[in-house]
Design a binder for this molecule. Sequence first.
Ligand SMILES: [Zn+2]
Length: 362
Amino acid sequence: MTLKPLAGHVMARRRLSKALANGQLPQVMLMTGPEGVGKQRLALWLAQLVLCEAPAEAPCGRCRACHLVLGLTHADLHWIVPIPRPKAGEPDKQMEEAAESIAELLEERRKAPLYSPPDGMSAHGMATARLVARRASLTPVEGRKKVFIIGEAERLVAQESSPEAANALLKLFEEPPADSYFVLTCADPGKLLPTIRSRAVPLRIGRLSTAEVREFLSKELEPAPAGAELTRLVARANGSIGTALSDSGEGSRNRKAAATWLEAVLSGAGPAAERALAQAPWSARGEFTDLLDAVAETLGDAARLASGVEGTESVPAALQVRAATGLLAAQALVSDAREAAQGNVNPQLLLAVLAGDLAEVL
Ligand SMILES: [Zn+2]
């Protein structure tokens, strides 16, 4: 399976290919724009253009490099996606584990190119930062350039990482090796670490036109939607193919439930927490872990806020006054609970214990 074709973004493509042809393509770029509009897909298109053996305004689509990029197997294309926290203790082992996790996720995207966003627990942690720095220091394998795409860059976590790893990444973005391009993508630049944001040249990616969304959905979805179903999907998309593909805004429902639950936990009101639980939108185990993901995501946003990153709209008021250390400790507890939730544990009981633990660290 190869990547689905890039839809739309005609002006952005033109600007990028012109900059590359003139030798003016920034080495560190930050693509921002609404979720699901194809930022990472555009970054992959750019990678294909950079690595193509006969590039013009667009990648040729026929050379070996183009085929390897479209199959996500080009050795000089490093698509870095958020991963669960590595389990290994030793830094080198963690880095290996991170490389394996990323490879597995890319294998999934190879099989199902219309992927959905990663779960709320996944991040770009210390091991990923070290992995990127390591790979950036190596010479290209196939061609003369290397391209790094760091998707969902707002998930670059500074707090949990060792200062060396974070600094290595910052130094890399400040003085990138001459043979490397870094393309970061992010829906909300306000959530990005300011130290990283200040080192990247921004490129704003807009929504697709209705015609572009309609054409993509009718050509690339199987079975192809038609008639009223197609019209409904296009309307819901609001210029974002990712939105059209996502399941009915389930994520935002979970975030709301997570916020209600966390506020009840923090208010110390046992009965309120129970009431919030009863209203939580879960019945099956998968839905329960989705809810835990939403809780972890909310705590992560609160920790970023506490570390001075703007973008508060998704953080409940009760969490906005907490310290980052407590919030990160709370996130780790949720992570443990999520692992326990995979086993044969009563979700209700697990949440009750978790509520007590969180109240202690927050
Ligand atoms: Zn080519």
